[in-house]
Design a protein around this ligand. Structure first.
Ligand code: ATP
Length: 553
């Protein structure tokens, strides 16, 4: 509960920050809403005067006609100004929240990404971010504006005709409930349609991906039937939405006409009713115009309530995300500037179930060390601790004498390079795969890394060399592994961490990769997880990870 309050405060802080930084915009939005409400009331009043003159067979002055025209233009201008101001305000609000979300993302600890599905986190940025966007551009503020407009119109109707005012007041809640009913049913139908379309969008690429298997095992009929089922669901949902749409407008127009007709009939009959509803011809026309104006804000308010309801779930997700504990590594004092290793270290992803217990080892600069142990013994975990992704529950960890969790981002690549079985490619050119967009690494550094990795000839043969847009098909599996080595070497690091980098490679490719590692290892500390690779690197010390207290520090 404590955390929730704290995070709601964080969300509020993000919002109040935007309000504080954009005071003028906030004032502008208020002014635009006020202008829009007032100007919307004026044209029917001018029209009333025009019609009253016509009824009395008097001429209409040109200025009055011009005024009517000007009032309509001004009302439309003010309404579009109001919508623009609200949209800009909404964008600023969403921008502030999206920035706060991304800043939070970079402060999360590594285990967050193991315990939370990436799709769920991504949807906080996309779906929930969009819902918040709608909340401010077509939710809270617009609802205030529409409610003001509705109240103002009702007030004017009351001042002219108490009877009509009461009639409209009686009909308005019923119309509102009908509008909400239609919107809910329409929303549900649209959601079903979106789900069906999402299933279709998922089904087609899945079918294409598994086409060979589908043909080999004769699963075409099942795939077609599933596809037809999704399409049918989509059609049914669209039919339902269309039916609601086709009912809504005629009902609203009929009610509007019925209210006006009732007023006219009542005014024409009997003295009591006439006194109650009695108004001039001009006023009647003005009232008809006002009654017509009521339905638009009423419909908008229904939509806005829907948007606010949708945003409530988004706000809850964002709150929970902002409440996630942040990365606060326990920092250890640096050792002398050479030590790499553990000092009586205990660590478990779940603190109650340690993976490594009281483990100590140390590696000298320039030494080559290989970690061995049964599957699941914690070899990769050792690397994750050495690179500061996790912090131990007890003991100390050093990398080149430093506490890895305390390394400045700009110092990391200069100290160590890490190669794993799989390279994560980034959108961009071949050069970007190596530099990762860090301008500190010029072409000379890139070419040196490529030479060491044994990939320079391959890159030279590409149509645009380093500037070739990256496509995984440009490289074989082994070449991608050499690219990963070049990425690790471009910063000329003192320490190389190699995690099973020749696993899954054939003998010939493995020979290329091990040769490249042999060349790169000279003059560096190399820590690797791989028996085969250790032989290639040359003399190496074996550290067993299975046993606790494997080696005194
Ligand atoms: N993110 C994680 N969250 C929880 N447990 C994890 C996580 N990563 C690894 N583990 C567990 O920690 C233990 C050690 O895993 P690790 O990957 O370090 O072993 P390994 O010795 O490198 O295994 P292998 O030789 O198969 O690669 C395993 O029991 C594994 O299930």
């Amino acid at each position: 509960m404590k955390t929730k309050n704290k995070t709601t405060t964080l969300l509020r802080q993000a919002l109040s920050g935007v309000v504080r930084d954009h005071k003028r915009l906030v004032i502008g939005v208020c002014a635009a809403i006020a202008a829009s409400v007032v100007t919307a009331l004026i044209p029917p009043l001018v029209l009333e005067r025009v019609v009253n003159r016509l009824a009395a067979r008097r001429a209409i002055p040109f200025a009055l006609a011009l005024l009517y025209f000007a009032c309509i233009v001004a009302a439309d201008l003010c309404e579009s100004l109001q919508n623009t101001a609200i949209t800009v305000f909404g964008q600023k609000m969403t921008h502030g929240i999206r920035s706060a979300l991304f800043a939070k993302l970079s402060r999360l600890p590594a285990d967050y990404f193991h315990t939370h599905q990436s799709g769920v986190t991504a949807s906080i940025f996309t779906n929930d971010g969009d819902a918040i966007d709608v909340l401010y551009s077509d939710g809270v503020v617009s609802m205030i504006a529409d409610s003001l407009k509705l109240v103002a119109i009702l007030a004017v109707i009351f001042t002219r005709s108490k009877g009509l005012g009461l009639l409209v007041l009686a009909v308005t809640p019923l119309l509102f409930l009908f509008t909400r009913w239609c919107q809910r049913r329409n929303g549900a139908a649209q959601l079903d349609n979106r789900r069906a379309i999402a299933s279709v969008n998922n089904h087609v690429p899945e079918t294409l991906k598994c086409l060979r298997m589908i043909r080999l095992f004769h699963a075409e009929r099942h795939m077609e039937a599933t596809y037809d089922g999704y399409i049918q669901k989509s059609y049914d949902a669209v039919d339902r939405a269309n039916l609601i749409d086709s009912i809504y407008s005629p009902v609203i127009l009929t009610v509007q006409a019925a209210v006006v007709a009732f007023m006219m009939i009542a005014a024409a009959r009997g003295r009591t009713a006439s006194a109650f509803f009695g108004i001039s011809v001009g006023s009647a026309v003005a009232m008809i115009a006002y009654v017509g104006q009521i339905f638009s804000p009423l419909e908008n308010i229904g939509m806005e309530i829907q948007n606010i309801q949708a945003a409530a779930a988004a706000i809850r997700h964002i709150d929970e995300f902002l409440a996630e504990p942040e990365w606060a590594p326990a920092l250890t004092a640096p050792a002398d500037d050479t030590v790499t290793g553990f000092d009586h270290l205990t660590f478990g992803y779940n603190p109650d179930r340690p993976v490594l217990k009281d483990l100590s080892f140390s590696v000298r600069p320039g030494e080559h060390v290989t970690f061995v142990g049964r599957t699941g013994s914690g070899k990769s975990t050792v690397f994750r601790l050495l690179t500061g992704l996790y912090t131990p529950q007890a003991g100390r960890v050093y990398l080149g004498g430093a506490c890895p969790a305390a390394l400045k981002p700009e110092d990391r690549r200069a100290l160590y390079g890490c190669v794993t079985q799989h390279i994560d490619l980034v959108p961009g050119t071949v050069r970007d795969q190596i530099t990762l967009f860090d301008p500190a690494y010029d072409d000379e550094a890139v070419h040196r890394a490529l030479r060491l990795a044994g990939l320079d000839d391959t890159i030279a043969a590409l149509p645009d060399g380093l500037d070739t847009p990256m496509q995984p098909e440009l490289f074989s599996k082994g070449q991608l592994q050499l690219l990963a080595i070049a990425r690790a070497l471009v910063s000329d690091p003192k320490i190389l961490l190699l995690d099973e980098i020749t696993a899954n490679l054939d003998a010939e490719t493995e020979a290329r990769v091990t040769q490249s590692i042999k060349d790169s290892a000279k003059g560096r500390t190399v820590l690797s997880i791989s028996h085969r690779l250790s032989r290639a690197v040359g003399e190496t010390r074996i550290i067993e990870i299975d046993s606790v207290d494997s080696e005194p520090a």
